[in-house]
Ligand binder design. Sequence first.
Ligand SMILES: [Zn+2]
Length: 198
Amino acid sequence: MKHIVKCPEPSSFQSWNKKNPRADWDDFSKTETYQELRECLINEQAMFCCYCEIALRQNSDAHIEHFKPKSKYPAERFAYNNLFACCEYKDSCGRKKGSDYFDNLISPLDKNCQLRFTYTGNGMIIPSDEKDTLAKKTINLLALNCKRLRNQRQSIIKVLDDGGITIDYLKESLDNCAEWYNGFFTVIRYVVGKRGTA
Ligand SMILES: [Zn+2]
């Protein structure tokens, strides 16, 4: 889970909210402001899905995700800090999570979220501390170990965790991971860390 730093809330979204104080999310999702907001969120996240870090190339790859589900926290349905760009895959992330939620679900806004997870050579995401039950629950709720994600991570690790790959190339891969490896920033960071300490 890559750490996300929020940019200022887009002014078009702020003014839409002011003009439509009673609107529900369905009304909003049909507007141009929705499209603009989604694009802002994708850019804010450097093109990565907020949970699995797959590259979001176009708006059609992504929806706006409510970290706290809008059905259970209606007052936060338009709260900018509750909104992220999320992939459309149904076997993981926001689509899989649906309206499930638990207190202390690890958020990409948590400063130390990247440190709470690591990987194994076969592409599994695991808690960095095996006693971290919230990290375990977060992985399960978001289905971050579904077969598709595991396979993608495993093949990236297999290519990059190789003696023939230089540290310089690995660092370049980190900068270009959205284009070269379809995302997965922290997976490449894991390989860099592994190689750096070898
Ligand atoms: Zn995702």
